[in-house]
Design a protein around this ligand. Structure first.
Ligand code: AZC
Length: 838
């Protein structure tokens, strides 16, 4: 019998109430079942870590349900999908994020409390998967969160490294790298898909034959490995959509090397197999600088080849025309690391499916789009022709063919230009250097329909400098997509006091889906109660960080001091050295004061965290310098609590979640024109920190929205940089020279090791430390003066936090979907009651 509207509604609510009531015991039952059956434990050998695993598995069950529904619907609707290809995904811990997005955090907390466990303690049991270096990898993960939240039919594709970014230890002030075998404990989130695997080939030669007057190519490779899929469900916030992050692991194929075997060389045969597993064993720990190693190119091709096969298999599930491919598939290349996908797709279309070249090309470039993340020329990937030819002979041919057609067009376009050959040389995919190389960025630009930078200033530099000739040739290809970060992880999960405050004053959580809503709270900017609560939230976060520092570093820091923090990869262009020089300057200034004057100064805790690439000597010396400054300052009885210097070891996603909410001041001080965007700047300001920074990357746009009067901006502007660089050997000026001399004479650390840091600034100051120093210390003095006026500081901090709506990655992803991918959302309907009470 059919129930009428009202009656049906009532029944529904009854069932819902019952369902919600039973939820707590449902959760408990599911955890207990996993303890017993999945982990095979009893209450006699059950500990916190098994409780974490069982809880994670019970959450995963829910994720799998919605993930299956999502995939089914995507298939049924058959709308266009986007594939986000990235060689890095800095996922961070998953448990809290999953619970927040599923709206189950409080329910799980209650359910666990009853059985004697604190949810927050379980969070700390989780390993932090570090399958990325820094901003680029973390951006990819924020993007997945937004793609799921906005109901886009999207997939992430990457590599399942056995070893993520190294664990950093500080021993006697030096960085020591420890391997991060994050899979030592089972990974409760992933689903191994041994049924989803593809062969990937390397090496060998290319055979030619003629068929109906057309030359056909056949790649005869010499090596095979298998790519196996590991699926990681990514839940959206406040939606039933759960998308997939598919990571590939390499394993040997089942074919055995019979030749070695027959010769009795059993171990040789095993060795070949181990070489296959080696491909996905370790993430290269270089940030922004290519490593140029053969294994890295193997990693890149391995994950591109498997991904393209997977994408095509999905497309071909329904039989159709290849011309439809760009209507069903968009592939975003996160930097040039997945660039070989372009020749790979062409190869498959031409060699395997027999498409004619021009037809294949017309399909191919419509599918791809490319994001550039850096303008530093030394950071652009180039692979030697020799290596390419040895590993991927057919792909090299295809790249030559793309280039042949492209050079023809460029030649025609500039036929009458006296600089024609210079222009062609500049735009060529091949660099006629020694050794000859393939320019991966040029390949991406030519092979994509859209190219974007990651902040307005950066995108303009791409158009006017780095890729100027390409912009002239393809004016409509170039776009900007200013980065963003997910407010779910970076406010809700990281900053409970602030989230509670927003929830209270906005009377809902909808700000988590639309961060621009927080702006309406500006009406409370004169409300003393609101301001006091905001201040208290910051204070709680500072105390949490102080406890973390005491535990991790054994240093006690005063929580009534200004927390001045710089956390990011260590790079000369980011200028941690400038920050260090300021610390020395402040120390000397304090030392020179009378006891009475000192007592009037603002207390500061300087904190630096970040990893240096293991082979980047100068960056490692900067770490040592900061630790040496800490050794002197922290043990000086004249200074006491007035100033502390802390190096925060092993900066990673989970420590960022504790560090960022505690900052009063955030250092974003890269030389103008060097930091493409920055994303920690956004996280810090959202959490109430004030920027001490340069007009670089996304700082420019942040300042636009929060007001320049609510930030401390100093230093050369981007248009001034070139000229200043011509004088990079200029003298430092007396006050700065004094600091240089202090390092060179051994006041901080061993001058034999550290003076080279100073000498490079004296002779060839590429990043303009000397010329920005004086405006920097002026701004720092202004920050002190402002901090003394606590009400003014608080207003600046609140205004910043409330005006960050634009920097949610939801906004960024919406722009990609509308302006690059031409993608529509596919919303999963609420599961039926039947499904809910399953
Ligand atoms: C980084 C940029 O340095 C940073 O400014 C930006 O915010 C981030 O990407 C995300 O767009 N670039 C890299 O990490 N680049 C590489 C090649 O690793």
């Amino acid at each position: 019998s059919v129930m009428r509207g009202e009656e049906a509604n009532e029944k529904l609510w009854e069932l819902m109430a019952e369902y919600i009531d039973s939820e707590k015991s449902t959760i408990q039952k599911s955890i207990v079942a996993h303890v017993e059956y999945t982990l095979a434990r009893t209450r006699f050998n059950f500990d916190k870590n098994s409780c974490f695993k069982a809880t994670a598995l019970s959450i995963r069950d829910r994720l799998i349900e919605s993930w299956n529904d999502t995939q089914q619907l995507f298939t049924a609707e058959d709308k266009k999908r986007v594939y986000y290809m990235s060689i890095e995904f800095l996922i961070g811990r998953s448990m809290q994020n999953a619970l927040v997005n599923l709206g189950l955090e409080d329910k799980y907390r209650e359910a666990l409390e009853e059985v004697g466990y604190k949810l927050e303690e379980l969070y700390d049991e989780e390993v932090d998967p570090g399958l990325g270096n820094g901003g680029l990898g973390r951006l990819a993960s924020c993007f997945l969160d937004s793609l799921a939240t906005l109901d886009y039919p999207a997939w992430g594709y990457g590599i399942r490294y056995d070893y993520g970014i190294f664990r950093q230890m500080i021993v006697k002030g030096y960085q020591v790298e420890m391997p991060d075998y994050w899979l030592a404990q089972m990974n409760p989130w992933e689903i191994e898909r041994s049924d989803v695997s593809y062969d990937v080939y390397f090496g060998g030669r290319v055979e030619k034959r003629w068929e109906n007057g057309v030359e056909k190519s056949n790649w005869i490779p010499s090596e095979t490995v298998k790519a196996v899929a590991y699926d990681n469900p990514i839940p959206g916030y406040d939606t039933f959509n759960t998308i997939n992050l598919r990571l590939w692991k390499s394993i040997p194929t089942n074919e055995f090397d019979f030749q070695s075997f027959n010769q009795g060389d059993y171990f040789r045969a095993i060795e070949t197999r181990q070489k296959a597993e080696y491909i996905t064993s370790v993430l290269y720990p270089n940030d922004s600088t290519p490593s140029g190693k053969e294994l890295r190119l193997r990693q890149q091709y391995f994950f591109c080849c498997a991904t393209i096969q997977d994408v095509i298999r999905r497309f071909l599930k329904k039989s159709r025309d290849w011309e439809e491919f760009p209507d069903k598939v968009a592939i975003q290349l996160n930097d040039t690391h997945p660039a070989i996908s372009i020749p790979e797709l062409l190869r498959v279309l031409v060699d395997k499916y027999g498409l004619e070249w021009q037809r294949a090309w017309n399909i191919c470039y419509k599918v791809f789009s490319y994001t550039n993340h850096t303008v530093m020329p030394e950071a652009l990937e180039k692979w030697s022709i020799e290596l390419f030819e040895r590993l991927l002979p057919r792909h090299l041919e295809i790249i030559y063919l793309i280039n042949f057609h492209f050079m023809n067009q460029v030649g025609q376009r500039y036929a009458n230009d006296p600089k024609k050959f210079d222009i062609m040389g500049y735009m060529s995919l091949i660099e006629e250097s020694r050794p000859k190389t393939v320019r991966m960025a040029n390949l991406c630009i030519v092979g994509s329909h859209a190219v974007n930078g990651v902040a307005a200033l950066h995108s303009n530099l791409l158009k006017t400098q780095l890729f100027a000739r390409f912009h002239e040739y393809f004016p409509n290809k170039f776009q900007n997509k200013t980065n963003g970060v997910t407010p779910r992880r970076w406010i809700k999960c990281s900053n409970k006091p602030l989230s509670d405050l927003y929830q209270k004053y906005l009377e809902s959580n909808s700000w988590l889906s639309d961060l621009t809503e927080t702006k309406s709270l500006m009406r409370f900017i004169d409300n003393e109660e609101f301001k006091e609560e905001f201040r208290l939230a910051k204070q709680q976060n500072k105390e949490r960080l102080a406890r973390w520092i005491e535990k991790e570093c054994g240093i006690r820091v005063p929580t009534d001091a200004m927390f001045d923090i710089m956390v990011k990869r260590i790079h000369e262009y980011k200028r941690q050295n400038l920050f260090a020089l300021y610390m020395i300057h402040r120390y000397f200034t304090l030392k020179a004061m009378s006891v009475d004057d000192r007592a009037k100064q603002v207390k500061r805790v300087f904190m630096v965290g970040g990893k240096a690439a293991p082979g980047y000597i100068a960056a490692k010396k900067i770490i040592k310098l900061i630790n040496s400054i800490g050794d002197v300052v922290n043990n000086d009885p004249d200074i006491g609590d007035l100033m502390k210097v802390v190096f925060l070891p092993n900066y990673c996603v989970s420590s960022a979640q504790i560090i960022i909410p505690a900052a009063d001041l955030t250092e974003q001080i890269s030389t103008a024109g060097t930091e493409a965007s920055g994303t920690s700047n956004m996280k810090f300001v959202m959490n109430g920190a004030i920027i001490m920074g340069t007009m670089d990357g996304a700082n420019v746009e942040i300042v636009e929205d929060v007001g320049i009067q609510n930030s401390f901006i100093f230093g050369a502007r981007v248009h001034e940089v070139d000229k200043l660089r011509q004088h990079s050997g200029q003298p430092a000026g007396t006050r700065l020279q004094k600091l240089f001399d202090a390092v060179k004479n051994g006041t901080f650390g061993n001058p034999k090791e550290l003076s080279s840091l100073i000498e490079s600034l004296e002779h060839n100051d590429v990043y303009l430390v000397k010329s920005d120093f004086y405006s920097y210390i002026e701004k720092q003095a202004e920050a002190d003066a402002t901090y003394k006026n606590q009400d003014q500081w608080l207003r600046m901090s609140i205004t910043g936090a409330l005006n960050m709506g634009r920097f949610s990655s939801d906004r960024t992803i919406k722009e990609y979907a509308d302006e690059i991918w031409d993608l529509e959302s596919v919303e999963i309907p609420k599961p039926s009651l039947n499904a809910m009470s399953r």
